[in-house]
Design a protein around this ligand. Structure first.
Ligand SMILES: [Zn+2]
Length: 241
C-alpha cells in the first residue's frame, strides 16, 4: 500500500499565519512528518511531497503522487477565517461516493475523537491537489490558525502528535493497517513521548511504582497520602530498611 502525505505550503509560501505569528506551513510539515513515521512503522510505503520548509508548486505535488503510484493522497492544512471565532476541523474530498469520501470520513472521525474540537464535517471541493491526483485524495484542515485558541493548540507538539495519530489511524482503518499509539510497555496510558516517561519506566522496573488493575498509571493525576506512603515503603524495602 502506497500513501503520499502532502504538507501544504512551505518556503516562500507560509500558508495562513496565526494572530501570534504561527505559520501554517510549519504546522503542516510537523504533523505530516509524524503521520509518515507512524505509517512507516506499521509497514506502509510512504512518500512526502516535502520534508523541509521549501516551496513546491501544486502540480509537482500531484506528479509525485501519480508517478509513485500512490493508492491514497492526503494533504494536510490549517484553516483560516476573517473572524477569530471560526473553529474546528474539516476534511475535503473531490466528490462524494468514492474512496476519497470514505478516507475523508475516517480521518475526520479520528480527528474529532482525538482532539474534541468542533466537527465541521466532510465536504467536497475542487482543490487542485484533489482534482489532479489520479488516486483517491483528501485534504484535511486540522483547525483554524486564525483562532487564538486553536493557533495555540496547533503550535503545541502534543496537539500535533494527537492530530498525526488521528490521521494515521484514519488512513490505517481504510487500508486495513492497525496504527498503535506508542506507549510504555508496562503502562498502556503513558505515551512514549511523555516528559516523565524515562523516570516512570525506571521506577516501574524497580517495582517502586505500580499501575492499577487495568494497567493504567494515570501519569497526570494527583497522588494520595496513602499512595505516597506505599511508594516510600517500597523505596525503603529496596534499600533494605
Ligand atoms: Zn493551507
Amino acid at each position: 500500500m502506497r500513501i503520499v502525505i502532502d504538507p501544504g505550503h512551505g518556503g516562500s509560501d507560509p500558508g495562513a499565519v496565526g494572530p501570534n505569528g504561527l505559520k501554517e506551513a510549519h504546522v503542516n510539515l510537523a504533523v505530516a512528518l509524524k503521520v509518515a513515521e507512524k505509517l512507516r512503522k506499521a509497514g506502509v510505503e510512504v512518500r512526502l511531497t516535502r520534508t523541509s520548509d521549501v516551496f513546491i508548486d501544486l502540480q509537482p505535488r500531484c506528479d509525485i503522487a501519480n508517478s509513485f503510484g500512490a493508492d491514497y493522497f492526503v494533504s494536510i492544512h490549517c484553516n483560516s477565517a476573517g473572524t477569530p471565532e471560526a473553529e474546528g476541523a474539516e476534511t475535503y474530498c473531490y466528490k462524494f461516493g468514492g474512496q476519497g469520501e470514505i478516507l475523508a470520513k475516517a480521518i475526520q472521525t479520528e480527528l474529532i475523537a482525538a482532539t474534541g474540537r468542533a466537527n465541521r464535517g466532510v465536504k467536497t471541493a475542487n482543490y487542485y491537489v484533489l482534482r489532479r491526483t489520479n488516486m483517491p485524495a483528501v485534504l484535511t484542515e486540522l483547525a483554524f490558525i486564525s483562532s487564538p485558541e486553536e493557533e495555540r493548540l496547533l503550535g503545541s507538539p502534543d496537539y500535533q502528535e494527537k492530530c498525526a495519530t488521528a490521521i494515521a489511524r484514519g488512513i490505517g482503518k481504510v487500508i486495513g493497517v492497525k496504527i498503535i499509539q506508542e506507549v510504555l510497555s508496562m503502562f498502556k496510558d503513558v505515551p512514549a513521548n511523555h516528559w516523565a516517561a524515562g523516570s516512570i519506566e525506571r521506577l516501574a522496573k524497580l517495582g517502586i511504582i505500580k499501575g492499577d488493575e487495568q494497567g493504567n498509571f494515570r501519569p497526570d493525576q494527583p497522588i494520595t497520602r496513602a499512595e505516597v506512603v506505599a511508594l516510600l515503603d517500597r523505596v525503603l524495602k529496596l534499600l533494605g530498611r
